[in-house]
Design a binder for this molecule. Structure first.
Ligand SMILES: [Zn+2]
Length: 213
């Protein structure tokens, strides 16, 4: 692929879904999020579509449609990507504060409320053969449609009884957020195999360093 050529397919990057709640998985689209130099897992609009599809925020048909639309409206896709990243940081800061038993910053709550006002206006009740269900009204080609369920899920988590289960990975730099649904509420890591093992290896190293002296 030539540099600068538009990507025409959904990215095949596989996102790790460890949050247990949609908006937390969205917050975790940056690596080393608590460090000074987080890594970006949403490098372009196609990655945002891929995340939306893998997180079930949009379905395959919608994803394909968005990919096609983004090809025609690249500038708008870039704007949506920038908005998505900004929203991600707002969500990260709000739930990171909550995980630390602190109050979220007022500016961040304002930003979330502004997004809510835009998003909830799109919610509709539709009658299906199984009864009533929520649906998103409006433009099928809206490039930001994978963000609507994210905004809704952030609002729902804030008023949910599970809010007190929000944790931030105990690895200093990881910054990934998750719901601790473990039996004793003792989950400390986004994943024992990654961050948990790094910590274990570090403790092992520290112990043996002392013995060597
Ligand atoms: Zn972690």
């Amino acid at each position: 692929m030539k540099i600068g050529m538009p990507q025409t397919k959904v990215s095949d990057y596989e996102f790790l879904m460890r949050g247990g709640w949609l908006c937390l998985d969205f917050a975790n689209t940056a690596g080393s999020h608590a460090s000074d130099h987080p890594s970006e897992h949403l490098p372009n609009y196609m990655a945002l579509v891929a995340w939306g599809l893998q997180a079930n925020a949009i379905d395959e048909r919608e994803a394909k449609r968005l990919v096609r639309e983004a090809e025609h409206r690249p500038r708008e896709a870039t704007t949506v990507l920038a908005r998505a990243r900004a929203l991600r940081e707002v969500i990260y800061r709000i739930f990171s504060a909550i995980a630390a038993n602190e109050s979220p910053n007022e500016t961040d709550l304002k930003s979330l409320n502004a997004a809510l006002a835009q998003t909830f206006g799109r919610l509709r009740i539709v009658l299906t053969k199984d009864g009533f269900s929520w649906a998103w009204a409006g433009d099928e080609d809206a490039l930001d449609r994978m963000l609507w369920p994210v905004v809704r899920s952030a609002a729902e988590l804030l008023v949910s009884e599970e809010l007190n289960l929000v944790r931030e990975c105990a690895n200093d730099t990881c910054g990934w957020l998750f719901l601790d649904r473990s039996k004793n509420h003792s989950r400390r890591w986004c994943d024992m195999k990654d961050c948990g093992n790094v910590a274990k290896a570090r403790r092992y190293y520290q112990r043996h360093k002392k013995i060597d002296k």
